[in-house]
Ligand binder design. Structure first.
Ligand code: C6P
Length: 407
């Protein structure tokens, strides 16, 4: 069914080869955090074994090697999202930190009472709360693009919400709670037609879709490494160079300066102006290794396999009684959120775990989505390229088990 040799790929992921409660682990919580291949684990451990030192600081050999590896990772990220220059890639802790950076450094200095910040109803809290904070700080107002019962954005209302008051459109490319793929390229073009800058939250997109920031033409694109087979604590922010040049730094400290005196500090050039303090060097190297790994397999191949799994799983759940799928958009990636009639999602998750199946249950840090559907939580299965059709069967068997127990 797939051009990928999934059995061979699974050999690269040592964590998958274990038993949970006497059952083989079935890891279907990839939207929360994905597993890491040996290639990433080895890159990190090689760095600590052979090259560990601080970057941009030392003339000694280890520091030079660490710097070279860190900057090589930046260039891999640049290629991964097809940015024009390494100056446009800022390493951050993850999507959350990047959105806070844009909120505080780009939007806050220019927002005033009466201005608007536009997000959508299906955003993760990381793309809601930083904007609410800017609204509190500036008197701007948060506006929300509504969604339909299918979990698609209402694009007619979107057009009306783009006004001369809008300071930024901040929109997720793929919803973590619903799996919806939003038409961010078209939305960006519409926003730009009115002179409105655009931030795309790519946290759930980068593991599944090939991203080209020049084609999207977005002004900011943010993501976390840990959802794309890289370590936690590292992510990246792409931003157009002219915007980064104009923005003030967000955090101050070492490495983001050219010179410091008590009278005046001269900031460093891009992208270092936005990387205060010692960065997560090993994390960046691990992210670079994850990008190499994804490229080797072919991002289109990964996407095709995951899409097949999603289609198979969706068809199986649709055919079952007592199952409600939350999020039925035409364009979806990886995520299958569902409710089992009469059973709280937390009980679903616990019973699944007893059978070795790891899914996430809860509001998925997207409480407005739960409020929209009038539910407290969902059970969420999310696929990665190392998942198999047999694991989809384990998901279905888990649901049947829950239904038997609660019959
Ligand atoms: N969603 C999930 O289980 P961080 O925590 O900074 O790495 O990523 C935040 C984030 C931002 N945007 C979207 C669309 C996301 O899905 C996430 C993280 C995880 O769905 C953990 S809550």
């Amino acid at each position: 069914m797939s051009v990928l040799d999934i059995a061979a790929i699974r050999q690269d992921f040592p964590i998958l080869d274990q038993q949970i409660n006497g059952y083989p682990l079935v890891y279907l919580d990839n939207a929360a955090s994905s597993q890491k291949p040996n290639q990433v684990i080895d890159a990190i451990s090689d760095y600590y074994r052979k090259d560990n030192a601080n970057v941009h600081r030392g003339v000694h050999r280890l520091s030079q090697r660490a710097t070279d590896a860190y900057e090589a990772a930046r260039d891999k990220v640049r290629g991964f999202v097809n940015a024009k220059s390494d100056k446009e890639i800022v390493f951050v802790r993850g999507a959350t930190e990047a959105i806070n950076l844009v909120a505080q450094s780009f939007v806050r200095p220019q927002a005033q009472v009466g201005d608007e910040i536009l997000i959508s109803h299906m955003e993760h809290h990381a793309n809601i709360v930083p904007w609410q904070m800017v609204c509190e700080q500036t008197g701007a107002t948060l506006k929300v693009i509504p969604m339909t019962q299918q979990g698609e954005l209402d694009l007619t209302t979107f057009d009306d919400l783009l006004t001369e008051k809008t300071k930024i459109l901040a929109i997720g490319q793929v919803s973590n709670a619903l799996g919806t793929i939003n038409p961010v390229k078209e939305m960006t073009a519409k926003a730009h037609a009115k002179g409105i800058p655009v931030l795309v939250d790519g946290a759930q997109a980068v593991p599944h879709l090939a991203v080209d920031v020049q084609d999207l033409d977005c002004d900011f694109y943010v993501f976390s490494g840990h959802k794309m087979f890289a370590p936690t604590g590292i992510g990246a922010m792409y931003a157009k160079q002219e915007l980064l040049e104009a923005m003030p730094p967000w955090q101050g400290g070492g490495d983001m300066i050219l010179s410091v005196s008590f009278d005046h500090t001269q900031y460093n050039e891009l992208p270092y102006k936005f990387e205060a303090g010692t960065p997560h060097i090993a994390g960046a190297i691990g992210l670079g290794a994850a990008i190499d790994y994804m490229h080797k397999l072919g991002i289109e191949n990964l996407a095709a396999h995951e899409h097949q799994l999603l289609d198979i799983a969706t068809a199986k759940l649709v055919a079952m009684d007592g199952i409600r799928i939350i999020g039925t958009a035409k364009e979806k990636a990886s995520v299958l959120s569902f409710m089992i009639e009469g059973v709280h999602p937390h009980d679903v998750g616990t019973i699944f775990d007893q059978q070795g199946v790891a899914i996430r249950t809860g509001h998925h840090c997207a409480q407005p989505v739960m409020q929209f559907f009038g539910i407290p939580a969902t059970a969420r299965a999310s696929f990665a390229f190392y998942n198999t059709v047999e694991e989809v069967d384990a998901l279905v068997a888990g649901i049947k088990k829950v239904q038997e127990l609660f019959a």
